[in-house]
Design a binder for this molecule. Structure first.
Ligand code: NAD
Length: 499
């Protein structure tokens, strides 16, 4: 399938798309049991895209019943690993074939630049599906080291029915990080995408059927958190709950798991990641460019956004002007413009939230050195300029709370110990970065940073081979790599008496 390379070509492709907002249950598209729908608006220009099924408790009941039935039937759960591998590889290839369509769904739904949707979101989803599929028939179980008269088997078994609740910032990719290992291990899944970005997950479910996934193994329920997410989290027949989203909702879902059937519950939550630049950074321009894209990429709507820039005082002014120079080049444009460095924020509510934080930005003597305004590169859309505040006390609201928008808080530090104190003084622990030429310091600081991912002399490295997740209130459990399988399996010890 050809890939459009101009805004006009993307627009023509967008107009030809048929958008489907029904739920996907037991292998087919259906309306919500109540018949209710809600309007899906595009943040690009405020236009209504389509009606989306507003699923609630009754739909959750139907989807969980279908998932349980498919799990018990064993066509997927008891199938040979090489069969599951074949189907998931086929799904990876279908996602790749439909890359422009899926990228457009992401962009129309949540406003990110279509080039990023294509080259990052969809491309990484394909890699996640294929890497996970390839791993399925290479993971062995264990035989315990015992004496001659007994045999101890340690085997992995699928949990059963997994509920997955995901956010809107990387809709397809976050869904794939959950679905790929869950399905790989033989589970059946009920997925609830964000109400702000349901379209790509619905299309993915359809492609999964085409790839050969049996009916009922993957169900997708669009709807709101309280209406659809909560009944899923509280359901007594859901064995595992996996979530990506805000820390507040993650904490609430842990309570839901505890209040219901103690389902296994794994939360990937928010962040306020520190980026530490020491005066001996190998290349200040490269570090400044990475600092700018680390916060402004995806409009700052990234869990690992480099939202706190901590700079050694002796280079702070020079460094901040470099970051502002790169940031100024990242002005939002029409998301279907293939050269757009930033697109639209996800919706009006998020735009208002970001503007409210900007209004609080000058607290405690901080100074705005770039941006700060809402702009309209497309009439009716949700766009905010790349914004930088300098001299932000590390106790200020914009240095502590996750803004999830294009707003950078810069704080100076005096020495390594001071940098670490500020970096770790946060309830979050998702990611951190540091820039230095000193090898010993790189190891020392990386070890002392309380974060699930640490990057040295770059930002946001990583692929499917390493686990991803948070310390502290950034969550528990890990996505990606073989470690992800732990969330979707129970370990069974079987002892056989050979005496
Ligand atoms: P959110 O927590 O508002 O919503 C996430 C999902 O939870 C949505 O599907 C929503 O409908 C659902 N939900 C909301 N309230 C619920 C409830 N009471 N019961 C059940 N479900 C409910 O988050 P968001 O605004 O969609 O996404 C942004 C957040 O996601 C940020 O905090 C970001 O850091 C985080 N995030 C984390 C990671 C990670 O891997 N750690 C990755 C991406 C995003």
């Amino acid at each position: 399938m050809s890939r459009p390379d101009t805004q006009e070509a993307w627009q023509a492709r967008a107009e030809a798309l048929s958008l489907r907002g029904q739920a996907f249950v037991d292998g087919r598209f259906v309306d919500a049991a109540s018949g209710k729908t809600f309007d899906n608006l595009s943040p690009i220009d405020g236009r209504r895209l389509c009606a989306v099924a507003e699923c609630e408790a009754e739909d959750v009941e139907r989807a969980v019943t279908a998932a349980r039935r498919s799990f018990e039937a064993g066509r997927w759960s008891a199938s040979a690993p090489r069969h599951r591998k074949k189907v998931l590889l086929k799904l990876a290839s279908l996602v790749e074939q439909h890359a422009p369509e899926l990228a457009l769904l992401e962009t129309l739904d949540m406003g990110k630049p279509v080039s990023d949707a294509l080259n990052v979101d969809v491309a990484a989803s394909v890699r996640c599906l294929s890497w996970t599929a390839e791993a399925i028939d290479k993971v062995y179980d264990e035989i315990a080291p015992t004496g001659q008269d007994e045999l101890g088997l340690v085997t992995r078994e699928p949990l059963g029915v997994v509920g997955a609740i995901v956010p809107w910032n990387f809709p397809l990719l976050m869904a794939t990080w959950k679905l790929a290992p869950a399905l790989a291990m033989g589970n059946s899944v009920v997925l609830k995408p964000s109400e702000k970005s349901p379209l790509s997950a619905l299309r993915l479910a359809e492609l999964a059927m085409e790839a050969g996934l049996p009916e009922g193994v993957l169900n997708v329920l669009p709807g709101f958190g309280r209406g659809a997410g909560e009944p899923l989290a509280l359901h007594m027949d859901v064995d595992g709950l996996v979530f990506t989203g805000s820390t507040a909702v993650g904490k609430h879902l842990l309570q839901c798991a505890g209040r219901s059937n103690m389902k296994r519950a794994y939360m990937e939550c928010g962040g306020k990641s520190p980026n530490l630049v020491f005066a001996d950074a190998p290349d200040l321009r490269a570090a400044a460019k990475a600092a700018a894209s680390g916060i402004f990429y995806n409009q700052g709507e990234v869990c690992t956004a480099a939202s706190r820039l901590l700079v050694e005082r002796s280079i702070k002014d020079e460094f901040v002007s470099l970051v502002a120079e790169y940031g100024a080049r990242m002005q939002p444009r029409h998301p279907l413009d293939p050269g757009a460095p930033m697109g639209a924020l996800v919706d009006e509510a998020q735009t208002q939230r970001v503007m409210d934080y900007i209004a609080k930005g000058e607290e405690g003597g901080a100074r705005r050195v770039l941006g700060g305004s809402r702009i309209e590169p497309v009439a009716g859309g949700c766009y905010v300029e790349p914004t930088i505040f300098d001299d932000v006390p590390h106790t200020a609201t914009i240095a502590r709370e996750e803004i999830f928008g294009p707003v950078l808080a810069v704080t100076a530090f005096e020495d390594e110990a001071g940098a670490l104190r500020i970096a770790n003084d946060t309830p979050y622990g998702l990611a951190a970065g540091l820039w230095t030429r000193d090898l010993s310091r790189a190891h020392r600081v990386a070890r002392a940073l309380r974060a699930g991912s640490v990057w040295v002399n770059y930002w946001d490295g990583g692929d499917m081979t390493a686990p991803f997740g948070g310390y502290k209130q950034s969550g528990n459990g890990r996505d990606k790599s073989l470690h992800a399988f732990d969330k979707y399996t129970e370990l069974k010890a079987t002892w056989i008496n050979l005496g």
